[in-house]
Design a protein around this ligand. Structure first.
Ligand SMILES: [Zn+2]
Ligand SMILES: [Zn+2]
Length: 134
């Protein structure tokens, strides 16, 4: 089966994963906005046995929100979000932006849209450039 590679920005942490994700959540809940510093988190889900670390396991720091099933793993060198295991270990949750190519996803959902900030709505209407504006 086709595999995708992914990594953090500095390259310390890298992994490969089968390119057949079960689902993707584009989540605008308050916790996902704070943990990413952006409008929503973009997370892919896949069975743990379809995922392998290639390097950098010892560079990963994981934050577990007390009392909640919310966590975030990141590279301690560059701060990039990297994959983490679900509570029971059966799934890996992969931040979509960490992948080096396009993921194939069976089902895609936007979640907590009621908490989506207005500045991230209607992006088709925002002036767009290939690079920075002139
Ligand atoms: Zn890094
Ligand atoms: Zn969320």
């Amino acid at each position: 089966m086709q595999k995708l590679k992914g990594s953090c920005l500095c390259g310390s942490v890298s992994f490969e994963v089968v390119n057949a994700f079960d689902k993707m959540f584009l989540c605008s809940c308050e916790q996902c906005r704070q943990i990413t510093g952006s409008a929503f988190a973009s997370n892919l889900f896949i069975a743990s046995d379809r995922f392998n670390w290639l390097s950098g396991g010892d560079a990963i720091v994981t934050y577990q929100m007390p009392g909640r099933d919310i966590s975030k793993s990141f590279c301690q060198v560059c701060g990039s979000g990297v994959p983490w295991a679900s509570g029971d270990g059966s799934k890996m949750i992969v931040p979509a932006g960490s992948l080096h190519a396009e993921p194939k996803v069976a089902e895609k959902f936007r979640t907590f849209v009621s908490e989506q900030p207005s500045w991230s709505s209607g992006l088709d209407q925002v002036e767009a450039h290939q690079g920075f504006p002139p």
